[in-house]
Design a protein around this ligand. Structure first.
Ligand code: ZN
Length: 379
């Protein structure tokens, strides 16, 4: 991934105290320097040359590179908890750049990658990642702390870099047939609307390269097999509990509404596309852009890695795999009814079924009309 440049503070300087460090924690900071050019390299020069500077830490990370200022067996002064504090004496300090000419999500992604690497290198659990605030009460890392779900999102990104290899890919060709999925749903007393929507999942699977049975299984979890019963109402055509761009709480109105059930399927695939890093189909919904701005956008490649990101529960993804997708894949393939052609993996719905690409075209026209009205001052 990103390169690490070792550029150590010289021996003898006040900010290279040289006490032995046996890393037990990782402390995350934000530089609080938004000036253009205040990137990792600039900080490396700063800690080496600023006269009488007492502060020193191990890494500064920007969107392109990581600079290391201290060896990992020597402590730094960065946690504000005194000469003998666990923050200063037992933790590796990482500063994330805020320079306005840098890409902040990129810097956060690199910091998450570095944090995961250090956790692995030193055999530490993710709960050993601490905010500077934890040691001294300072509002740092201020950007992560100031953003809704900033810190939990960062930790989720760290976990996604730690996700073991044995995991369930979200993308790829379908590994189940439409009729097989419908059979599985029927056996679990799915609502008829959930049975009827299945072919559209397989259609969008072909269009996007996302495994339809994965999303269909997720939808079963999110909608209780189309029976709903939670805050989202069936008429919202929201198959995945997708929220609006700026939800105020957890009411029905805080969740996205789609004009048709088919369009809701398109929304579900687009939402996942932001996670895995694929292009959306048609105009995406508002929440899509919120996901695109997260540090882990485009990095979530497995169902397991959805945990802590799609939902706060770190086991969200493994629950889908164990409780829904696994049983779906184990469902026997029912015999095909004579004359029926649809149903094989990756095969679009048979002719005669409505074209799912029409609703988003209608939606596009609606959006254009709304924009036109806005421009003309009509409301
Ligand atoms: Zn700090």
């Amino acid at each position: 991934m990103v390169g690490i440049v070792q550029d150590f503070i010289p021996y003898g300087r006040r900010n290279r105290p040289g006490y032995k460090l046996d890393p037990r924690y990782i402390t995350i900071h934000d530089t609080a320097n938004t000036q253009a050019g205040a990137d990792a390299r600039a900080h490396a020069n700063y800690v080496k040359t600023a006269p009488d500077l007492l502060a020193g830490w191990h890494f500064t990370v920007d969107d392109r590179v990581i600079y290391q200022h201290l060896p990992l067996n020597e402590n730094g002064w960065h946690a504000g908890d005194g000469t003998d504090g666990a923050g200063n004496r037992q933790s590796i300090g990482i500063e994330i750049c805020e320079n306005r000419d840098g890409d902040r999500p990129g810097a956060e992604a690199n910091a998450a990658w570095l944090t995961a690497k250090l956790l692995r290198d030193f055999g530490l659990d993710p709960d050993r990642v601490k905010q500077h605030y934890h040691w001294s009460g300072k509002n740092c890392p201020r950007v992560l702390r100031g953003r809704v779900e900033g810190w939990t999102g960062f930790l989720a990104a760290v976990r996604s870099y730690l996700t073991p290899q044995i995991a369930t890919p979200i993308t790829g060709t379908a590994q189940a047939a439409v009729r097989q999925a419908q059979e599985w749903a029927r056996a679990r007393l799915a609502h008829q609307r959930f049975i009827d929507i299945a072919p559209f999942y397989w259609r969008y699977g072909v269009l996007t390269g996302i495994r339809p049975e994965v999303l269909y299984a997720q939808s079963a979890r999110e909608t209780a097999f189309g029976r709903y019963g939670g805050v989202v109402l069936p008429e919202q055509n929201n198959w995945a509990g997708i929220k609006t761009a700026n939800p105020a709480g957890d009411a029905a109105s805080d969740h996205e509404s789609f004009p048709t059930p088919e369009d809701g399927v398109r929304g579900h695939f687009n939402h996942i596309a932001a996670y895995v890093g694929l292009e959306p189909v048609g105009i995406p919904h508002g929440r899509y852009w919120v996901i695109k701005k997260t540090p882990w956008a485009g990095t979530v490649k497995t169902v397991e890695a959805l945990g802590g990101k799609w939902a706060p529960d770190p086991n969200y993804g493994s629950t889908i795999v164990r409780g829904y997708l696994g049983p779906l894949l184990l469902t026997g393939h029912p015999p095909e009814a004579p004359g029926e052609s649809g149903g094989e993996p990756g095969e679009p719905p048979s002719p005669g079924q409505p074209d799912p690409s029409i609703p988003w075209i209608i939606r596009l026209i609606q959006l254009l009309l709304e924009k036109l009205k806005e421009l003309l001052g009509v409301s």
